[in-house]
Design a protein around this ligand. Structure first.
Ligand code: ADP
Ligand code: ZN
Ligand code: ZN
Length: 622
């Protein structure tokens, strides 16, 4: 059978919408795959190009179809590697080749004037690396050895919060650069703060390139251009930094690898740590995943010896220990007639901490879910009439829909049963702020959530103010507990652990465990003892128990037992199909037809088909 190659001929400005089809000669059929560099006739000349796809479909008439002349022998250019990665993504995540190519290839929108890159001021003095402690050194050496083996495994750096994983990364990056190769460091967007990135500039000078989602396409293009043309050795950024076109990539590091921000929410729905491993294999680069709370699936791979694991069990700063974590049963508080959002223990701890002149972090899980209004008598929840979501309480007794913006005044009696016991179940950050100010009138309070972080550097400004001692209490959503280092914070309070525990996701226990552990990691990092208070209606839940005891392995064991029973990952793979249409009945009928079709067509695989059922949010804007 004849086979055909889709070829991009202009490598320096890859235009994925403009491919040309060529016939693959018999002699080259085994050698050509997506990513292969080829020589092809083009007009009266012969040019080089890259194969992006191989097909059986002839799209050009015979008299105009030309043959691939040959394969370019001297190595695969960087675009070839990225195209191979795109082909892997298409196959793994089920997107189209064009979607995959648009994700991996640098934006083609080159700016006219050279873009100005948002850069931190570069200090003249470069930091001298501190001596690694024995555990850090053992991890760094072990990883270095593993990634230079014949068939290297992905390395899992499993270090408790504050164990100094960043120093291990820097050590590995320095060795990689000394070898004449380049490195990529992925950091969740929310932790790409001034203070975090600055540490890398102080160590590696101006051969660092960064990207973040606030950059324009032109600025991002400029950062990637520096990577491609040898002007940078290290790329730091969120998941898209994974596609930095370094010609001789030696190392990919994924910090906080469990973070949900590493899952792309648009097609291709890739997971960065998994895609990092694919790029590592294609480029011949080592891959290191770092976390205090690894994704269950990755820890399972490490226990199965498919990954190499390197633990760091103690905190790096001498004298710094893991904080004490107390779990407060909110049902007990209710029985003791304490109606405040603060338990008696948390109030006491806050008073003591403020008296010592130390700082406090209070956090809520999510903006949207923490402020719904329900009836204590009949359980009725007030929802948006246009969207299938609960309305959120805002100041001034307004209820707002976070999906469509619908607003209504808060009713004083239950619309269903008429009871007057209708109130916010949880509370939003604004309410926590108001109550805190009332209870601790002398404390300086800062609030950080999506509402206060507007503007280009809104959240950096708030964090900077807090870390320099400009406030006593910082209130926010989970964005404040990720990866920031506040030396004077000795108390962390989690207002309610239940909201994340009962979200409709098989990972809800894992997410709750991660959240509590990360929050606990914020307390007492610089030699001062830290305390954490977790308030919950389910103090006996294993995710809360093990997180309070800071026992990841114990959590892992219970969680995997439960997942094994239910066939959840890593013991099974799950695929969800979302059907949407302006007509509810049409969507329903289509979903049912799909479910039937899948049961019949794949019966030999014995798939478990759930549903069809309503989506998490079944309706938005009618
Ligand atoms: P992690 O990312 O593992 O939570 P960090 O890398 O943020 O931890 O390090 C925690 C703190 O320990 C930082 O303030 C860092 O400067 C310090 N640190 C790391 N390694 C050392 C070391 N070898 N000696 C002294 N302090 C260290
Ligand atoms: Zn009611
Ligand atoms: Zn709405």
């Amino acid at each position: 059978m004849s086979r055909f190659a889709e070829v991009i001929v202009n490598i320096s400005h890859p235009d994925v919408d403009r491919t040309f089809q060529y016939r693959i000669p018999e002699s080259l059929q085994d050698k050509i795959a997506p990513g292969s560099p080829v020589r092809v006739p083009f007009g009266s000349r012969e040019v080089t190009g890259i194969v992006i796809a191989v097909t059986d479909h002839q799209e050009v008439e015979n008299n105009r179809l030309k043959l691939v002349s040959g394969i370019v022998e001297n190595g695969v250019p960087i675009e070839g590697q990225l195209i191979r990665l795109a082909a892997w993504m298409r196959e793994t995540y089920g997107c189209t080749m064009n979607q995959a190519l648009r994700t991996v290839l640098p934006s083609r929108r080159r700016v006219k004037s050279r873009a100005k890159i948002e850069q931190v001021e570069l200090p003249e003095d470069r930091d001298v690396p501190p001596a690694l402690n024995p555990e850090q050194q053992a991890a760094a050496d072990g990883i270095w050895k593993e990634i230079h083996r014949e068939n290297p495994r992905t390395c899992l750096l499993f270090g408790v919060t504050g164990s100094g994983k960043t120093e291990v990364y820097m050590n590995l990056i320095a060795r990689t650069i000394a070898e004449g190769r380049q490195a990529i460091l992925l950091i969740p967007e929310i932790s790409l703060t001034y203070q975090n990135v600055r540490r890398f500039y102080r160590r590696f000078g101006n051969r660092v390139a960064t990207i973040n989602s606030r950059l324009s396409a032109g600025e991002k293009y400029e950062s990637f251009r520096r990577a491609r043309e040898g002007e940078a050795d290290l790329m730091i950024g969120p998941r898209s930094a994974l596609f930095a076109p370094f010609p001789n990539l030696g190392l990919i590091l994924v910090d906080e690898e469990h973070d949900s921000a590493y899952h792309s929410e648009t097609s291709p729905r890739y997971r960065a740590s998994e895609t990092a491993q694919a790029r590592g294999r294609i480029a011949g680069a080592g891959v290191v995943l770092g976390s205090a709370t690894p994704d269950i699936v990755d820890f399972y791979a490490a226990m199965d010896r498919k990954m190499a694991i390197f633990p760091i069990r103690s905190r790096a700063v001498p004298g710094s220990t893991l904080p004490q974590v107390d779990v407060v049963d909110l049902r007990e508080e209710f029985r003791a007639k304490n109606m405040s959002i603060f338990s008696r223990l948390l109030t006491e701890e806050m008073t003591d901490t403020l008296a010592r002149g130390e700082q406090i972090i209070l956090f809520l899980n999510r903006r949207g879910y923490s402020g719904f209004v329900s009836c204590r008598s009949c359980g009725y929840v007030i929802k948006c009439p246009h969207c299938d979501v609960a309305l959120t309480e805002h100041v001034g007794r307004r209820l707002v829909c976070h999906y469509c913006g619908y607003e209504m005044p808060e009713p004083s009696v239950c619309p269903k049963c008429g009871s007057s016991h209708i109130a916010g179940f949880g509370i939003g950050t604004e309410r926590v702020e108001a109550i805190t100010k009332k209870m601790f009138p002398r404390a300086r309070v800062l609030r950080m959530d999506l509402g206060t972080t507007g503007g280009k550097n809104g959240h950096t400004r708030i964090l900077k103010k807090f870390s320099s001692g400009g406030a006593d209490i910082l209130i926010g959503t989970q964005m404040i507990v990720k990866g920031h280092d506040f030396p004077n914070v000795t108390l962390v309070g989690m207002i309610s652990a239940d909201l994340s525990l009962y979200s409709s996701d098989f990972r809800s226990s894992e997410r709750t465990f991660q959240l509590i552990t990360q929050a606990a990691g914020r307390a007492g990092r610089a030699g001062k003892p830290g305390r954490v208070v977790i308030q919950t209606y389910s103090p006996e839940h294993y995710a809360i128990q093990t997180a309070a005891a800071q026992q990841y392995v114990s959590f892992y064991k219970q969680e995997t037992e439960y997942r094994k029973m239910l066939g959840y990952p890593p013991f099974g793979a799950m695929l969800s199909i979302l059907v949407s249409d302006a007509g509810e009945e049409k969507a329903q009928a289509c979903a049912e037809k799909l479910a039937r079709g899948i049961r019949e067509s794949f019966s030999s695989l014995e798939p478990v088909v759930l549903g069809p059922s309503d989506a998490g949010i079944a309706k938005v804007q009618d």
